[in-house]
Design a protein around this ligand. Structure first.
Ligand SMILES: Nc1ncnc2c1ncn2[C@@H]1O[C@H](COP(=O)(O)OP(=O)(O)OP(=O)(O)O)[C@@H](O)[C@H]1O
Ligand SMILES: [Mg+2]
Length: 495
């Protein structure tokens, strides 16, 4: 991995020079005056106003720097596709920067800054081209291929986010040996499996397994599919969706909490909500189940957790979703097995690692219907705890209306109100089952005709179908369980 060290060092030296220069320019009144006034003009070949060109180039420079940092990091982790993607994005940003013309008249101090940015950008372009060539050779991907590139932000967004991005990219971008936690020779000897592992001591197979089976690429649930749960949606919007879309706004005091717990009775939309987050946010979504952690990789679970967090950091913004988190992170007991204890400890260490770096955006979301069984140390880290309750009458009504949309029925508004009243205590999944059962009633009446009847001749659903189905599909949660969760919510919940 010495080639990586080389590129990290050469990028780092440019970053460092730039960092010092930026610091100086913060004290330069001409730069701050130009950066604080008005909007940015001039995109794609349209001349920008006199004193803005250096500022605009700096915006491109910061964006490119961020992409390069991500590329270097991805390369470190053996995620070559991701590295290619980030380097290509950087290349696009830089070629946009070099094709931005300078205005005919600019002051001599501005001219000097412009010259220095152009020089640095051109140096970077060469470095990135080299990396792309090397990666293309290794992965066999054509250099001209340009899939999955991020859209280049408009000049306005370059200007509005550049200064915030500078701060975050300096830290995340400069690996300076920091990413390679397991890089020391000691680690290498402690783990004698060179053929299987990447240069960082991580098993290629684990990284591959995370990328193929844990990264959720087919989020199927949309935000509006989840009925009600406005409080939970608002919390997820503020904590995950907006910060992943506008990282520049969510810094400092607005820095989102990194740990969130969705808890509540079974079948009321916790998993659904998390899936909706996966499709609505711009984060890489890691869907971790107890089985992927424990059964597939017996004895290697804690190694998987460690690798998982590292991959999540390299692909941030990321969301690590642990469904049924109680089954892996329950209260430590004296007779629990060693593997499970190690798994929990590793999770806590990794979680603290991502929360201690203010520039990492890795959010852990856990879901459980047994919050009282969670390990205290885990619970303490999941600072925001959102209760996902049984649907109230408004949500039940909404759910029925949605479910009945695709089904011919003769229910009046009054009938629906009656069903809503009669299904108090039903969970979202109970209601789904009730509707499915009711929908079968007209079919069961058909007897032998079922094979010949035209689909549009089946009678529509009516109130009586639901009334009879309620005899079969009952509320699945006993009142005592439900009350226990309510009590836990009032003691530990955030809402
Ligand atoms: N708020 C809701 N809006 C729409 N459908 C819902 C809602 N809540 C539950 N459902 C229905 O119930 C099913 C189960 O929901 P989900 O799997 O999200 O529950 P859960 O809270 O994760 O339950 P568990 O604690 O058992 O994992 C969903 O597939 C959906 O059909
Ligand atoms: Mg669930």
């Amino acid at each position: 991995m010495s080639f990586l060290r080389g590129i990290i060092d050469s990028f780092s030296s440019i970053f460092t020079e730039e960092h010092n220069r930026c610091k100086e320019s913060q004290h330069d009144p001409s730069v701050s005056a130009s950066s604080s006034s008005g909007s940015m003009d001039g995109v794609d070949g349209v001349p920008v106003s006199n004193e803005r060109i250096a500022y605009k180039l700096k915006g491109y420079f910061d964006l490119a720097k961020e992409e390069i940092a991500k590329g270097v990091r991805a390369e470190e982790w053996g995620l070559h596709d991701d590295a290619l993607l980030h380097y290509r994005n950087a290349q696009r940003i830089m070629s946009e920067a070099s094709s931005t013309p300078s205005p005919s008249y600019i002051s001599s101090s501005e001219k000097e800054k412009v010259r220095s940015y152009r020089e640095k950008i051109s140096k970077w372009q060469n470095q990135v081209s080299e990396r792309l060539q090397a990666l293309a050779k290794r992965t066999g991907v054509g250099m001209s291929e340009n899939k999955r590139t991020v859209p280049l932000p408009s000049s306005a967004s370059v200007s509005s986010t550049a200064s915030n991005r500078r701060v975050s990219s300096q830290k995340t971008s400069l690996p300076k040996g920091g990413i390679g936690m397991a890089r020391s020779p000691k680690d290498a000897t402690a783990n004698p499996k060179p053929a299987k592992e990447t240069g960082n001591g991580y098993d290629d197979k684990l990284v591959e397994m995370i990328n193929t089976t844990i990264v959720d690429r087919s989020p199927s649930v949309k935000w509006d599919d989840v009925a009600g749960l406005d409080g939970a949606k608002q919390a997820l919007l503020e904590m995950v969706i907006l910060p992943t879309k506008r990282r520049d706004l969510f810094t400092g005091l607005r820095r989102p909490a990194r740990g969130l717990l969705l808890f509540g009775p079974p079948g009321n939309g916790k998993t659904m909500l998390a899936k909706a987050v996966a499709s609505e946010s711009q984060a890489t979504f890691f869907n971790v189940s107890a089985s992927s952690l424990t059964s597939k990789w017996v004895g290697e679970a804690e190694k998987l957790v460690k690798t998982l967090f590292q991959v999540a950091i390299s692909r941030q913004p990321s969301v690590i979703f642990m469904d049924e988190i109680d089954s892996i992170m329950s209260t430590r007991s004296t007779n629990e097995n060693e593997a499970s204890r190690r798994l929990k400890s590793e999770f806590l260490i990794q979680f603290d690692g991502v929360t201690s770096n203010p520039d990492d955006l890795v959010i852990v979301i856990g879901a459980t219907n047994k919050p009282q069984e969670l390990d205290d140390a885990v619970l303490r880290r999941l600072v925001k705890r959102i209760y996902v309750p049984l649907p109230d009458s408004n949500v039940r009504k909404l759910l029925f209306k949605t479910k009945l949309k695709s089904q011919p029925h003769s229910l009046s508004g009054g009938d629906i109100d009656k069903i809503v009243r009669e299904t108090e205590g039903y969970s979202g999944s109970d209601l789904q089952a009730l509707c499915e059962e009711a929908a079968m009633m007209p079919i069961r009446e058909l007897g032998a005709n079922i094979l010949t009847i035209q689909a549009n001749k089946v009678r529509p659903l009516r109130y009586d179908d639901f009334r009879r189905s309620m005899g079969v599909i009952r509320a699945s949660l006993s009142k005592s369980k439900w009350e226990e969760l309510e009590r836990w919510n009032s003691e530990f919940g955030s809402n």
